[in-house]
Design a protein around this ligand. Structure first.
Ligand SMILES: Nc1ncnc2c1ncn2[C@@H]1O[C@H](COP(=O)(O)OP(=O)(O)O)[C@@H](O)[C@H]1O
Ligand SMILES: [Mg+2]
Length: 434
């Protein structure tokens, strides 16, 4: 690098960017997106068994035979999406044009209604603009159009419904019944359904007919343990970083943290990526275990922020009331006081407070998200109530709620230098400290 710019001449934006780029190249080998979620690695360690199972179930499609429907389930970050994407790639490489074998992968997280799902599947087969299914038709017309589009293609359609549990939670399982019945109505085409669920109990609530159709084959993806996560991270680190820049202990620490979080490989990779970013920010020549600790704090804060932002409005007000009371008392808050604080906030905000029962549901939601913990306490003469403890750092969490214009009238003034991303250290929040 050249001489540092003197204080009198600050660097131009271009020079500044160049210097940032220059620092970065100390650690990364080349493509930085190797650690991003969108990157599909060529090898998936510790998933050979699942890859073979999926491949074996789908292989008949390459001979023109119809494979069974398949349900894949396992916790988040266990490689479900990645495994199916890889098997799809390999099958597509081997399919001949006259096989008319076609994959359609849909992330149901973005799909709200049966209409949009059927439309999306149908339109994946539309060759001309004019064949596409528009919005605003009656549902049976969409179904008929979708059948025609599939039959026009004629071969086997493998429809991957990723995050299928979210679709069903939102719009019920009637659309899965429709899809499951389709083969009795199609003339030349055949449809195969692959459902992927992050919810292990997904099939419990399903209609029996839907369940038996979808469950023809079933594969469980178990969580990764710490040594398996280490292998996954090591492989990625080799691709992402220059030789020798990852200090011993970094991979182990990322893997150990993620193993505590249900063996989530996504979490492990995010930690490694953030640790590298922390190292760059420190202008360090190597990524050290301390950077992982910083990365973990940062990631937890991002997750808390994301949780807060997506809470329903009244839940935000309720959580804000809890944070206020907790900050004031510096110990557990009884539910009676929470209700009173919430009602007072609603009044100041001009909102109609919810009934006790809804508030109670919102409290459960906050607890499920890990933002609060509620314990039963007795209060003499057999009376019992719940005491609420906040499980996140209060001053750092309040700004995430105050971002919402709804809470602006009661928000504390932003102090000078107060940022949303102050670094905090609360090793007890998610599992054991190191
Ligand atoms: N066995 C593995 N080897 C390498 N990377 C993996 C492996 N399993 C998961 N990943 C990576 O972890 C992240 C999460 O995996 P994903 O397939 O999206 O999980 P799921 O769909 O089960 O939530 C992705 O970036 C994926 O590439
Ligand atoms: Mg997935």
């Amino acid at each position: 690098m050249g001489a540092p710019p003197s204080a009198a001449t600050p660097p131009t934006t271009g020079e500044f960017l160049d210097s940032v780029l220059q620092q970065r190249s100390d650690l990364f080998r080349g493509r930085r997106d190797v650690l991003r979620e969108s990157y599909v690695p060529t090898r998936l360690p510790h998933r050979d068994h699942q890859i073979h199972q999926v491949a074996q179930i789908l292989a008949p499609a390459l001979r023109g035979d119809q494979p069974s429907n398949l349900l894949i389930y396992g916790k988040i970050g266990t490689g479900k999406t990645a495994v199916v994407a890889q098997v799809r790639q390999e099958i597509e490489k081997r399919a001949r044009a006259d096989d008319h074998l076609k994959f359609v992968s849909i992330n149901c997280g973005n799909i709200d209604t049966a209409y949009i799902l059927l439309q999306t599947i149908g339109n994946a087969f539309a060759e001309e603009e004019i064949d596409r299914i528009p919005t605003g038709w009656a549902l049976d017309r969409v179904q008929a159009a979708m059948r025609r589009l599939l039959d026009a293609n004629g071969g086997i359609a493998i429809v991957v419904l990723d995050e299928i549990d979210r679709l069903v939670a939102r719009s019920g399982d009637a659309v899965l019944y429709t899809l499951g019945q389709l083969n009795t109505e199609l003339e030349s085409a055949r449809i195969v359904l692959i459902g992927i669920s992050n919810d292990l109990k997904f099939t419990n609530g399903l209609d029996a007919r839907v369940k038996s159709r979808l469950n023809e084959e079933k594969i469980l993806f178990p969580p990764y343990d710490a040594p398996q996560l280490q292998d996954i991270l090591r492989e990625r680190a080799k691709e992402a970083f220059k030789d020798g820049v990852v200090d011993p202990g970094v991979i182990e620490r990322c893997a150990a943290y993620a193993a505590l979080e249900n063996g989530d490989a996504r979490r492990a990779l995010a930690l490694l990526r953030l640790a590298a970013e922390m190292a760059e920010r420190d202008r360090a020549k190597r990524i050290m275990p301390d950077h992982v600790v910083k990365a973990k704090n940062r990631l937890e804060q991002d997750i808390i922020g994301e949780c807060c932002r997506t809470l329903p409005s009244h839940c935000k007000v309720l959580f804000y009331a809890i944070l206020q009371a907790y900050e004031h008392q510096r110990r557990g808050v009884l539910t009676g006081d929470v209700y009173a604080g919430y009602a007072k906030l609603c009044q100041r905000l001009g909102l109609q407070p919810l009934h006790t029962r809804s508030i109670s549901n919102h409290l459960s939601e906050l607890e499920t998200l890990g933002l609060i913990r509620a314990t039963i306490v007795s209060r003499g003469r057999g009376g019992r109530t719940r005491e609420i403890v906040v499980d996140v750092p209060v001053p750092e969490t309040m700004p995430f709620l105050e971002e919402d214009p709804l809470l602006a009238p009661v928000a504390r003034p932003r102090g000078r230098g107060q940022t949303l991303l102050t670094n905090f250290d609360n090793p007890n929040r998610f599992g054991a400290p190191f």
